[in-house]
Design a protein around this ligand. Structure first.
Ligand SMILES: [Zn+2]
Length: 89
């Protein structure tokens, strides 16, 4: 495992915070229970293979992609706020 970049304490702390936040967000949106046979969003049938690969899946591929694009946008907004904060310190 490469640990070369872990030398700088400040950077490490910042990375840990981002990972922690991402993990928290992932846990919050982690689907629970049974997979849906049809997409929660659009009602499209979710292929069995997708349901088996992602236990508790609730969205079809296109709705999931849409959702992830949204989250990606929120995440970059968050990062921008984050770096602004650390500049103030
Ligand atoms: Zn859908």
């Amino acid at each position: 495992m490469a640990v070369g970049w872990a030398g700088d304490g400040a950077v490490q702390e910042q990375i840990s915070a981002s990972i922690e936040d991402a993990a928290k967000r992932a846990r919050e949106k982690l689907p629970s229970g049974e997979s849906l046979s049809n997409c929660e969003e659009c009602g499209e049938e979710i292929p069995l293979r997708r349901r088996e690969a992602l236990p508790g899946v609730r969205l079809c591929v296109s709705c999931q992609t849409e959702l992830e694009r949204e989250e990606q946008r929120e995440f970059s907004l968050y990062n921008r706020r984050g770096s602004k904060d650390s500049q103030l310190k």
